[in-house]
Write a protein that binds this ligand. Sequence first.
Ligand SMILES: NC(=O)c1ccc[n+]([C@@H]2O[C@H](COP(=O)([O-])OP(=O)(O)OC[C@H]3O[C@@H](n4cnc5c(N)ncnc54)[C@H](O)[C@@H]3O)[C@@H](O)[C@H]2O)c1
Length: 253
Amino acid sequence: MTSDLDGLTALVTGGASGIGLATARLLGERGARVAVLDLDPSALGEPLRGFTADVADDRSVRSAVERAAEALGGVDILVNNAGIGAAGTVEDNPDEQWHRVLDVNVLGIVRTTRAALPYLRRSACASVVNTCSIAATAGLPQRALYSASKGAVLSLTLAMSADHVREGIRVNCVNPGTVDTPWVSRLLDSAADPQAERAALSARQPTGRLVTAEEVAAAIAYLASPAAGSVTGTALAVDGGMAGLRLRPEPKQ
Ligand SMILES: NC(=O)c1ccc[n+]([C@@H]2O[C@H](COP(=O)([O-])OP(=O)(O)OC[C@H]3O[C@@H](n4cnc5c(N)ncnc54)[C@H](O)[C@@H]3O)[C@@H](O)[C@H]2O)c1
């Protein structure tokens, strides 16, 4: 049986956990040869190939992209997914934390894409998918720094899409709502009342539940696939309707 990604090669940053891991697995199931770039990819099993990389360190990224491209035989798909969070208003985060989060979430994409472009240019169906966030398009409380980083990811996606469309490289992003990943579990664990916090986050989404990592992975795989050959410069929301819908409160029983 053939699959839509048969013969293609993919790099997924932050692919050792959550959305990245679900994406790496799905791309593999659909026929791609997949390399994961992460701080600690040691727990990954076959067929995924792990490469240690810190997207905040240019040398580490260049070396990992080069080794991964060599192992896979090229790069057709780049998923820029590695990211870190930050809580607080504009008053709360010290400058060092601003630099750190922007360094990982925004410059991480710059470094990995820069290193992968020579390989993407040789591909007949090259595409880049960035993991952005609902925080890029909606004002969420206590997320000033994180939202600024994801707003930059959205704009960077559009700019990269314009720069590389004539080279045959498509660039898109996904905007997830709150996704049930180890990241969100850590957030819930640190809340005073984790159950109430989970209920509040679920209720914020019109579907009434958190998004699954597999649902985001499916959107990334679509954008990365040849089926999306005319799709570039878009942000695909996977947010349970959070960005677009305005529901009235449920009528009281
Ligand atoms: N979980 C959510 O609700 C949610 C919502 C919207 C967007 N996102 C975005 O999705 C992406 C993945 O989030 P997740 O929830 O799967 O998180 P996660 O913490 O489960 O996984 C993130 C992965 O990125 C890796 N990583 C972190 N910093 C790195 C670095 N400097 N270099 C290389 N790898 C690094 C981690 O080791 C980890 O494997 C992030 O970009 C995040 O901003 C998450």
